[in-house]
Ligand binder design. Structure first.
Ligand SMILES: Cc1cc2nc3c(=O)[nH]c(=O)nc-3n(C[C@H](O)[C@H](O)[C@H](O)COP(=O)(O)O)c2cc1C
Length: 287
């Protein structure tokens, strides 16, 4: 068994990528029941009763392992949330958006395992130093929050990180099918984290318009827009296309906050052609 499967406890090394505050126990359970590692997105959830309800909701639907994502700099209640997770028998979390040294002492104290999300190779060393059990390497093609500076894609980042550290690596970004899954493993990753492809599933709680925007997205169909003081990979819509054709600078037009009128998604959206059940995607991926 690979190290990452030991950490996750799932059948396949396929992690559900957390999406902001989008949580539905049915979706998490669907990923875990299909052999993946379902994940609650607790990055912004501050209400501890809500955390307990979400965990209970997933446990009603599956006895397979699932985890939770904590965003280090975004949530002042992370330590209390970790205690609730440990108490509920959750064994593995992912951490993102902040310095790992702030949270790994608590993760270790509670006997949990943690995978830390990084967007650049040198940060893998910081994750090791902090005591992370693995890293989720999120390349420039990924959906979600990105830096505003230059970034590398996973084709470069995964081998770089694999050469740099001995802890297991999961690739986040650019994977929606068997080809992407195998490519990630060929680059040295032991598993993948899937954001956009799971957003566009039958079980996903995302609004229909969001799912459709992913299906409609084509090659070169995403752009980085300002969000939360950094940048968010966003699906280009008709309004943006018109603005670009008129020579307007999108990052000035969509100042922080305005981007809430848009849908997020990774470059992989171009390869996602229909809304499918989670199980079908996972089974095709590992076939
Ligand atoms: C709209 C959107 C919101 C996201 N929100 C989070 C988040 O709250 N926390 C986090 O760690 N990652 C977040 N991500 C990143 C995903 O969990 C995942 O790593 C990424 O989408 C992988 O790339 P892919 O979209 O190509 O599959 C988000 C991604 C998207 C598309």
């Amino acid at each position: 068994m690979s190290q990452i499967l030991e950490i996750l406890g799932s059948k396949y090394p396929i992690i559900q990528g957390p999406i902001g505050e989008l949580n539905d126990p049915k979706m998490v359970a669907a990923v875990s029941e299909a052999g993946g590692f379902g994940m609650l997105a607790l990055g912004f959830v501050q209400n501890l009763d809500k955390v307990k309800q979400l965990i209970a909701g997933v446990k009603e639907l599956t006895d397979k392992p699932f985890g939770a994502n904590l965003m280090i700099a975004m949530n002042p209640h992370n330590e209390a949330i970790l205690e609730i997770l440990a108490e509920a028998g959750i064994k593995t979390v992912t951490t993102s958006a902040g310095a790992p040294k702030k949270i790994y002492p608590k993760i270790k104290e509670l006997g949990l395992k943690g995978l830390h999300v990084i967007l650049a190779a040198p940060l893998a060393l910081k994750a090791v130093e902090a005591g992370a059990d693995g890293v989720v390497v999120s390349g420039a093609e990924s959906g979600g929050l990105r830096t505003t500076g230059p970034e590398s894609s996973n084709m470069i980042l995964i081998p770089l990180v694999c050469d740099l550290v001995d802890i297991p690596v999961a690739a986040a970004g650019g994977v929606a099918d068997r080809r992407g899954f195998r490519a990630a493993l060929a680059l040295g990753a032991q598993g993948v984290q899937i954001g956009t492809a799971f957003l566009a599933t039958e079980e996903s709680p995302a609004p229909q318009e969001w799912k459709q925007a992913i299906i409609d997205c084509t090659d070169a169909g995403t752009v980085l827009l300002p969000r939360l003081g950094i940048a968010m990979r966003t699906l280009i819509n008709d309004e943006m296309r018109q603005m670009m054709a008129s020579g307007l600078d999108l990052s000035k037009e969509y100042k922080a906050g305005d981007a809430s009128k848009t849908w997020g998604g990774g470059q992989i959206s171009a390869l996602i052609k229909k809304i499918r059940p989670v199980k079908e995607i996972i089974e095709e991926m590992v076939s």
